[in-house]
Design a protein around this ligand. Sequence first.
Ligand code: ATP
Length: 307
Amino acid sequence: MNAVEIRGVSQRYGRMTVLHGLDLTLGEGEVLGLFGHNGAGKTTTMKLILGLLRASEGQVSVLGRSPNAPQVRRQLGYLPENVTFYPQLSGRETLRHFARLKGAPLGQVDELLEQVGLFDAADRRVKTYSKGMRQRLGLAQALLGQPRLLLLDEPTVGLDPIATQDLYRLIDHLRQQGTSIILCSHVLPGVEAHINRAAILAHGRLQAVGSLASLREEAGLPALIRASGLKHSRQLIQRWTAAGHAARALGEGAVEVVAVNGHKLGLLRHLLGEAEAQDIDIHQPSLEDLYRYYMERAGERNVEATA
Ligand code: ATP
């Protein structure tokens, strides 16, 4: 059973359609990154999964049931984009309050405060917390009751680099324990190692979904190969340029060549063999490169559709 199944979902706010025929699934124990520009429809998708919105068309099923089923709600954890709490309550009081609302054991509160690094600040009022501390408290709140499905909307906002790394480590740990996670983020660097698949939304339409490897293959973006310690780098660049490859010098004895699909292995063989490279780096298209590619393609299609 999939943790989430979204089939043919369209969503309208009044006369405006903000999601168009969305099909998306989340497997059990899978981490899906949901990416898209401002207003692409990410939060709307989250709200449909949370049962806060009813799809104008199509079906949404969560843990095999309707998103509104009480059994489902108890197994969901949600970190909203803008976390707000009662400023007069302490961190511990806040979590105890949410634990009671959620029917989660109160014994979990201190454990979670420890896990998100707020144990020492647990008795301070939330109004004295920094943005990052409030974000961590929001995360602890989402983890109450050990949810089977976790929805994280911009979880790294306000987190410093170490807290961001800690969050990704926590996500890895939860995934190993079988938690299914959807993570929406505008911060792409660093996230790719912690997701199984990426879904890219633009203008309410799913542009691409798949593992990084499959998206790279589908997009056909070139890899960059950088080699150094070459004896005849200038001749090599001339030869490659004549053969139609985009190559340039990177300093004494170093070159960079753009390896379009189907040419990567040939170029590497050449560098390792005849060219006697001392060192080679291969830069595969990153999640950001893929995001840019799909966004530009979506922009072109959107212009064509509205022309
Ligand atoms: P962001 O990255 O800025 O948070 P998002 O991808 O989460 O954006 P949504 O919040 O899902 O985007 O919004 C999708 C579209 O729906 C936007 O055009 C937005 O203006 C519109 N929208 C969202 N909520 C409402 C609402 N309650 N009433 C009318 N329109 C809405």
